[in-house]
Design a protein around this ligand. Structure first.
Ligand SMILES: [Zn+2]
Length: 367
């Protein structure tokens, strides 16, 4: 047997082994049911075999039960409860999402055998809940996405400063500030490399992302255009927002097998999950804008919405910030300055802490 052949066979065996492991590790969702009592709602997630799981609050009204190997073949993926504590329960990509009502308080998650099931008890809020909850932390992982990279330079300033350089430097600075405060930070890229938009979303979703911030620089035909703006995912609010959406999405042309990838992407877009975090994303965008507004003299262009590919399919609140116009000569000069980049990074980090504070409600991991 040649060395090459041996290599191919062992590679095949390894692949088969990994595949069979993966297949056997699957957990099938059998049923979801709920039972409402006066002071408690019990949700029962019945599965075919017990497996590791975790539950945590991802926002003030969302409780997420994550079972990594969970698959569903049920025809139903939304269960309406509307009992005053729980609005509804939905299934999406190995996750059970429980939308809570205002009166929902503490929760308790545990597993039971025969049949295998995970039980979530949600109790009615008591007077003591508020103070107790504010001490815990839910924001553990923040994903910072430095726009563009590698063959995709992004926008280029009049003297040649590239968007990809500025966004990477600022993302690294924000990361440093957050990490000093104990926040786990993941960068979608940490060097000058091309990373596809799907890959960015995949990196975020595989890391238990709790907040996603994509950093970009704006560009316009008019060299006078100036200021900063923040976007959350929703249909574009106006023509200018639509123009920015088109520019930031145009990176899709760089992706290999563009037409096939586009098809995959369209399938992803059909997933309307993004509406789930719209409220939190908008609030985060507002926090960034007011923070930058209080620090810089360049115009506050406000919070806008657009359908950015990089924000779609994310399982967390997500914002895309355009920190300034690299096409404007004086703003390009500012973006070149390390001092300005550091101030920008500090402001973005502070907005993240502010968001964390506003949504710090409760957390829990259960094995
Ligand atoms: Zn960009």
């Amino acid at each position: 047997m040649t060395k090459n052949c041996r290599f191919i066979i062992s590679f095949f065996l390894l692949f088969w082994f990994a595949f069979s492991l993966k297949a056997s590790a699957q957990v099938r969702l059998r049923e979801i049911r709920s039972h409402s009592e006066l002071d408690k709602t019990r949700i029962v997630v019945e599965i075919d075999t017990l497996s590791r799981y975790s539950a945590r609050k991802t926002s003030y009204d969302t409780l997420l039960l994550s079972i990594p190997e969970l698959k569903s073949t049920l025809s139903q993926n939304l269960w309406t409860v509307s009992d005053g504590l729980v609005q509804n329960i939905s299934y999406s990509k190995s996750k059970i999402i429980i939308k809570l009502d205002k009166s929902a308080g503490d929760y308790h998650v545990y597993s039971l055998r025969s049949p295998a099931r995970i039980v979530i008890d949600i109790s009615r809020k008591t007077a003591g809940d508020e103070t107790e909850q504010s001490s815990s932390v839910f924001l553990k992982t923040v994903v910072l996405d430095a726009g563009h990279g590698g063959k995709d330079a992004g926008a280029v300033g009049p003297t040649g400063l590239t968007e990809k350089t500025v966004t990477l430097d600022i993302a690294k600075r924000v990361k440093e500030i957050l990490e000093k405060q104990g926040v786990n930070v993941i960068l979608t890229r940490d060097e000058d490399a091309f990373v596809s938009l799907q890959r960015r979303v995949a990196i975020a979703n595989s890391s238990d992302v709790e907040l996603f911030l994509s950093i970009h620089c704006n560009a316009a035909f008019s060299s006078r255009a100036t200021g900063f703006e923040s976007y959350f995912l929703s249909p574009a609010t106006d023509d200018l927002a639509r123009a920015v959406e088109a520019v930031e999405n145009s990176v899709i042309a760089f992706e290999p097998n563009s037409s096939n990838k586009n098809k995959e992407f369209l399938a992803l877009l059909a997933d309307l999950k993004y509406t789930e975090y719209r409220k939190e994303s908008k609030m985060f965008a507002e926090m960034i804008q007011s923070k930058l507004d209080g620090t810089f003299s360049t115009p506050n262009r406000g919070v806008k919405s657009a359908l950015f590919y990089v924000l779609r399919g994310l399982e967390a609140p997500a914002v895309l910030v355009e920190i300034g116009f690299i096409s404007n000569p004086s703003e390009e000069k500012l973006l070149r300055s390390y001092r300005h980049r550091q101030t920008l990074a500090e402001n973005l980090a502070e907005s993240i802490f502010q968001f964390k504070k506003a949504f710090d409600i409760s957390s829990g991991f259960t094995q």
